[in-house]
Design a protein around this ligand. Structure first.
Ligand SMILES: Cc1ncccc1N[C@@H](C)c1ccc2c(c1)OCCO2
Length: 115
């Protein structure tokens, strides 16, 4: 609700909640393709196709080094992971399915924690 959202925006509570959320994402059984940056030497074409790579370890580093001004900037990076995944991977593939599963989990959890 609006008041709660404003409170989340301005306080560090919003970013503390992001740490909780990130830990849950990293611990998820379907997180394996997204834990570390995609090694473009191991994945032909990735560097050309995906202009803004993102992964959970990069988000963790950015959280720790205060690079997110609020939880909304955090959400942008998490969603980038799922957008990149959908762009590069078939829906009917191991990684594609993992991406859909993680997005469903994330959408549910951040709504519970941050809305
Ligand atoms: C999220 C993503 N999208 C597209 C491609 C890869 C990946 N993930 C990497 C870690 C990855 C996941 C699985 C792999 C791999 C790399 O390299 C070859 C063996 O299988």
């Amino acid at each position: 609700e609006k008041k709660a959202r404003l409170a989340q925006d301005s306080t560090t509570k919003g970013l503390a909640t992001c740490r909780v959320l990130l830990a849950e994402l990293e611990a998820h059984q379907d997180a394996w393709p997204f834990l570390t940056p995609v090694n473009h030497k191991a994945v032909p074409g990735y560097r050309k196709v995906i202009k803004k790579p993102m992964d959970f370890s990069t988000i963790r580093e950015k959280l720790i080094t205060n690079q997110y001004s609020n939880w909304e900037t955090f959400i942008v990076d998490v969603n980038l992971i799922f957008e990149n995944c959908e762009r590069f991977n078939e829906d009917d593939s191991e990684i594609g399915r993992a991406g859909h599963s993680m997005r469903i989990f994330f959408d549910k959890r951040w709504a519970e924690l941050l809305m």
